[in-house]
Design a protein around this ligand. Structure first.
Ligand code: B12
Ligand code: SF4
Length: 614
């Protein structure tokens, strides 16, 4: 089920709304002297191809954005802890500025949600008088906020409140809670009073518990879908978040100081950066268009240039990864940004001499931009990731075909931009097909010939927040257990075969590895070295080295699962995860974030199942 959309015309915040909220908070912040720890949940068992380097060498933009928003609003005493770098961090032992923090925030993707729950459980070991207010956010919170709560009195835990939106929702929440906070009072007590007074009901983008004892939710209140920030120039500056990082360590506690600016570029040589959000396509396995409520949101070219320049100047960052869903989505907007980047100059130095950037696009839109690719290169772009999925467009059609993909790749290479295809493997695709382009190896071969520099192959997996999510379960495809091993959340990352109608899907698991092996191997490393005089230079060779290292991890991590799929008993489920805790919308109607079949008490307390949407 996709996230519902707000009423037409009411999807976005009013211009200036975010800027004035930031301003108001700055006025009240000095009275409150809050300390905050923001943890990024990360499960190290997910470390393999195709994300093996980016997962730990690019500080996630989500926690940085929340950190930037806190500092910008005047709450300077904030620290960001990455489980990527601080595997043994224990919230129950954290101290910041000599005291237990007022706020403990956790950001998580769905596949890291097991770790996120452990972090919150550990934070709840702090004695109740001093325990911080626990706030969860990030993409898991957006789609399955109920999973951050417990309804089981024997296993209390989870968050006090879940933010299902972005910076604006968090800052609005803090503004209201602080307006209830008496001097010296804990944020948790202030939150309880604000919630019980109904003061949080008007903030769209929250889920919190009502009733029950601490850590055990009797029912959940859903305040609805957030309004999105349309003009991304109103966001706090990303330079602020980098100052808050906890240095990597094996300790359970926090260090006395944040990571010095001089070490940032060594630990996080790639910087993710928000440029645009949204995509005009509507692929049924993708939650992005619905999350963005079909809006295309952007920063101005000038703002992007200034951000890159400042991040480069303050931290030496040279490589930027745009977190775009489809950067070439709207030609006019794209041209405005790339022209600004190509022409930007600071302190007499052209920006393009200082920075390189990379992002995600589609084949269709790359061809629309073909005459502008020299400008895109001039602006500093050196690689583009493209969701090719299936070159024959049998799985999904977003304007790609063998000829169009090959043409787009050749044009990119000719302009010094590395094409980085992302493929999807599925039940009906064979490993190899005679005389057609349908097989996985056939397509990988075609992509390599067309100039692909890297290769990503993921197995199609049920993605929460999509039209295909529930049907994948009800069709009986989703594997709950194989050979006695449970398919845990961290395995729903596309690298494990966890959804298939085949009786023995181990072949699919093996196909993924064979696909990678056909692309990343010593032979193609040698070829890449021999051909280094092309416009993309040594980049393909460097990618081959990382690819082979990642492949070793992929083999190590997924072979055991392949064997279980081959010889073990496979148990499948035919119902999508539901929420046992009743969820209620603060206003009339169906709660926006409740999964299908969740009990939803009406304002009069009657329970009825949700209709299947989408
Ligand atoms: C960059 C990226 C990556 C990078 C991450 C590298 C890094 N270290 O940053 C790489 C390439 C490694 C990656 C890999 C994967 N990714 Co990815 N990725 C993205 C992408 C494109 C951008 C993320 C980002 O930085 N966004 C910008 C920031 C500012 O937004 P944000 O993270 O959403 O945070 C905002 C809010 O969520 C909120 N928020 C976030 N945290 C918190 C915390 C608190 C307390 C609060 C209050 C609010 C809050 O406020 C933030 C500011 O607005 C998103 C899609 C997207 N456009 O967001 C997908 C996305 C995060 N990826 C996704 C997935 C599924 C994956 C993979 C499993 C691959 C796959 N099958 O697609 C792997 C997992 C790898 C791993 N081991 O972790 C999904 C996650 C879905 C989910 N339910 O969790 C997303 C959302 C794409 C999608 N399908 O919708 N990914
Ligand atoms: S083109 Fe990419 S971002 Fe757009 S809907 Fe399809 S998968 Fe999602």
């Amino acid at each position: 089920m996709e996230l519902p959309r707000r009423n037409r015309g009411d999807e976005l915040l009013r211009p200036g709304e975010m800027a004035s909220l930031r301003q108001r908070l700055r006025q009240i912040a000095p009275k409150h002297d809050l300390t905050t720890v923001i943890a990024c949940a990360f499960d190290h068992r997910t470390r393999m191809l195709p994300f093996i380097y980016a997962d730990t060498h690019m500080v996630p933009a989500g926690v940085r954005a929340i950190g930037s928003a806190m500092v910008d609003a005047g709450f300077e005493k904030t620290r960001i802890v990455l489980q990527q770098w601080n595997k043994h961090f224990r919230p129950s032992r954290m101290q910041l500025d000599g005291r237990i923090p007022d706020l403990f925030m956790v950001s998580s993707m769905s596949m890291h949600s097991g770790r996120a729950m452990e972090l919150m459980k550990d934070a709840r070991r702090i004695d109740p008088m001093h325990r911080p207010l626990i706030i969860a956010g990030g993409s898991h919170a957006v789609y399955e906020p109920h999973q951050f709560f417990s309804g089981n009195p024997d296993l209390p835990g989870g968050a006090d409140v879940v933010v299902t939106g972005e910076e604006f929702v968090l800052l609005s929440f803090l503004e209201v809670v602080l307006s209830f906070r008496a001097e010296g009072e804990s944020m948790r007590l202030a939150f309880n009073r604000a919630r019980d007074a109904g003061a949080l009901d008007g903030i769209s983008g929250l889920v919190f518990a009502r009733g029950g004892q601490d850590g055990v939710a009797e029912k959940l209140m859903d305040t609805g879908i957030q309004r999105l920030l349309g003009d991304l120039d109103e966001l706090p500056h990303p330079v602020l978040g980098y100052r808050l990082l906890e240095p990597p360590s094996g300790a359970a506690t926090l260090g006395p100081r944040a990571l010095p600016a001089s070490r940032i570029q060594w630990l996080s040589p790639i910087s993710s950066i928000v440029l645009t959000f949204g995509c005009k396509f509507a692929c049924p396995y993708c939650p992005i268009p619905a999350y963005n409520q079909r809006q295309h949101r952007m920063k101005s070219g000038q703002r992007i240039a200034e951000e890159m320049w400042r991040l480069n100047k303050e931290y030496g960052l040279e490589h930027f990864f745009g977190v775009d869903d489809n950067f070439f989505n709207k030609k006019g907007t794209t041209l405005e940004i790339v022209e600004a980047l190509a022409n930007a100059e600071f302190e007499g130095v052209p920006l393009r001499e200082k920075v390189r950037w990379y992002t995600e696009v589609t084949v269709h839109d790359t061809l629309q931009m073909k005459e502008h690719l020299p400008l895109v290169h001039k602006a500093g772009c050196r690689a583009l990731w493209l969701g090719v999925e299936d070159m024959t467009a049998k799985l999904v059609n977003k304007g790609q075909s063998v000829d169009k993909t090959s043409e787009a790749f050749r044009l990119m290479r000719a302009n010094g931009i590395c094409p980085m295809p992302m493929m999807m493997h599925h039940d009906s695709q064979p490993l190899y097909s005679h005389g057609t382009n349908y097989g996985l190896l056939n397509q990988i071969n075609l992509l390599r010939k067309a100039g692909a520099v890297s290769m990503q192959v993921l197995m199609i997996t049920p993605a929460v927040g999509t039209k295909l999510y529930e049907p994948t379960f009800t069709d009986g495809m989703v594997i709950a257990k194989a050979g006695g091993r449970k398919a845990e959340p961290y395995m729903f990352d596309g690298n494990y075969v966890v959804a298939s109608t085949l009786p023995r899907p181990w072949r699919k698991q093996l196909n993924l590895l064979i696909g990678y092996l056909s692309f990343y191997n010593p032979w193609w490393l040698l070829m890449a070295l021999i051909r280094h005089k092309s416009r993309v230079g040594f980049k393909p060779a460097i990618v081959q080295v990382f690819g082979m290292m990642g492949l070793i991890q992929s083999i190590r991590r997924t072979s055991g699962w392949a064997i279980r799929l081959m010889v073990g008993k496979i148990d499948r489920v035919n119902q999508a995860p539901t929420c046992k805790i009743p969820v209620r919308a603060v206003r009339e109607g169906i709660p926006s974030h409740a999964p299908v079949d969740t009990p939803t008490p009406t304002p009069r307390g009657r329970a009825f199942p949700l209709p299947v949407a989408g």
